[in-house]
Every structure is written in structure tokens, then in C-alpha cells.
Design a binder for this molecule. Sequence first.
Ligand code: PLP
Length: 381
Amino acid sequence: MLSRRVDHFVESVIRDMTRLSIKHNAINLAQGFPDFPAPPELKRAAASAIMDDYNQYSITWGAKDLRDEISRKASEYNHIEADPESEITVTCGATEAMMASMLAIINEGDEVVVFEPFYENYGPDAAVSGAIPRLVPLNEDNSIDEEALSSAFNKKTRALILNTPNNPCGKVFTKRELKLIADLCIEHDVTVVTDEIYEYILYDNKKHVSIGSLDGMGDRTITISGFSKTYSVTGWRIGYALAEKNLTSAIRKVHDFLTVGAPAPLQHACASALRFPDSYYEELAKMYDGKRKLLYNALIKAGFKCMMPEGAYYILADIPEGIDMDDMAFARYMVSEVGVAAVPGSSFFRSEAGKHKLRFTFSKKDETLMEAARRLEGLSI
Ligand code: PLP
């Protein structure tokens, strides 16, 4: 007998596409992880931490040096003041931070507002925590449908999940949009749980704004981020949640019994990552800007219709006209016949809209993207 809880979701399609990609020797533009090395100084810091014997459990809610650095970074970059002693929890990735936060604040039957398209983990996060997702589709141009958003709120609304910069559509929410969301959350006494894992990957002078920094939002926002994407270490599994102390105390309880703590030596290395100079972040965004253009041009040339993302490292593309396959069939065809793996759009939508889309990542070496571009040319012949 299995629990009803696990009946509500299937295994990750993204990770499934990675397995298929390996089987067919395809280029994996499905899963968002870099195929290039992590910064050497960060690797050295991790190796030193192990040699210096940071090898036992750290404090369950995170090593002190890391919490101190996160607190400084949150103040300087996110304009959020978080006390390292009582308002920061270091977790096993943003993934655990999101799940622990949901388990900490949701009661069975509570509603959670989520924009569509959404990152595929939020469905299972809701199912495991007992939440009912209330999806609010973004407009075609990724702007907010204000009427749909305000009508999603009701007496049962407990939380809203906000992912900016957004995976999969690349939207960066503007301050005006965040203010609109904040006003609704204050009016309906709703907690915002953010996913800001791509906070440094922005293009065309877009600015990252944390909703937790807006007036009236400090005590009702759980701000989540992590090291996976900014420092190209998705396998390290270090993330964190910032929240007012009552919320943090609840998150820490869940976190302690779920995982005890994040990997201790890697936490020490991550503290050093937060001391990187500003130029590191400028270079990172510049590097991804080049990759974004490379993949965008290749997709347009192959007949896909897509928008340039404003942030993060994905392109959500419409399947070329004349292809008579849905997203699942076409993704399988692409991986086995074209040799490029992408994620079927329906992983990010509950509506039919996803059936005509695929998501590609450009978090890969230029040569990987150029080879993918070469293979994609086969589609338009
Ligand atoms: N949140 C979003 C929006 C993501 O795209 C991803 C990874 O693809 C994650 C969270 C996972 O973050 P972490 O590796 O810190 O668990």
C-alpha cells in the first residue's frame, strides 16, 4: 500500500529526460545544470574545508560563518535584514527550503496561489504539504492578468509562490508587479514564499527585486535562494530560507527532522563564495547573455517561436508549425532522432498551453550549444 500523497504526482519529467538523453547520447538541454567547471577558487575552498576537518554535522540550521555571510549578502543585495541567529535556515538546496517552508505553514486544504507556467517542483511541494494550488496563468507576453490574480485570493488562501527570475519562461517581475502582489497578500493576510535561485542571472539591465524588501512584506515573506545556479554547483545542495523568527522557527523544525543539515564542508566553501567580488556576478550574467543569444538564434532558425528570456537560463519555445506531435511525442522524437533533449511544456502547465511547447536550457558550454544548433538545423530541412 502506498500513501495517497504520492498518488498526486509523477516522477520528475526533467530528470527523466536527462536519463533518456544519456541513453540516446543526445545533447542534454533538458536539465538546468552547467556542463562547464565550477569556479576553481570555490573548489579549492571545498577541498580545504574537508582537509581542515569540517566533516561532522554543522549546527542544524547552518554553519555560523555561512549564516553571517548570507545575512550580509541579503542586506546588501536583497535589501532584506535577516538576523543570522534567528531568521536564516541553511538547507539542502532551494528545493528543501521550499518543501520545508510549505510544510511549516500549510494545513491540509489551504490554497496556494501559483503563476502558470510554474517550476515543476511546486506541484509535488503542494501535494506533500496538503495545499491546493490555485493557478494564475500569465498573459501571452508574460505580464500579469490582474483580474485573474485578484480573483484567485479567497478565505482559504494561505500562501503565494513567487519565482523571479522565472523558470521556465524567463520573466523578471517588475517592482510595480511585485507591489501589486504584495498589496493583495497584505489585504488577504497571505505569506509569500519566493524562489529567487536565479537572482543574479539577469539580462538587458533588468534588476532583481525581492518582494520581501517591500513595505509591509518583511514579516510575511519567506525568501529562498541558493548556490546551485549562481556558482555552478548544482550537486552541492546548499540553499537557504530567510524569514521572520516565528516562521524561521517552524521551518527549522521541519528542516532538522528532514535532513539534520546541509553538507558541512560545502557550507564553509559557500561562505567564501559570498565574498566573491562584484565582477564575478557581472561576468556570470554576461556569459549567460551570450549563451542566451546563441540558443535563441538556433531555435528561431529551426522554426521555433520564442521570446528572449529576461532572466534565468531557459527558453520556453513553441513547437514549429507543421509538426503534428504533442510536446511529449515531440520531446521523445527530438531526443532520439535529432539528438537534443528538451523538456515537454506540459511539465510547467496544467492547462493545454504546455502541449505546444518545449523548454530548453542554455546553461551549457558554447561548443555544446553550437553542436545542439547544428543538430537543430536538421529540423528545418
Ligand atoms: N528553483 C528553481 C526555479 C529551479 O529552476 C531549480 C533548479 O532547476 C531549483 C529551484 C533547484 O534549486 P536547488 O538546486 O537549490 O535545490
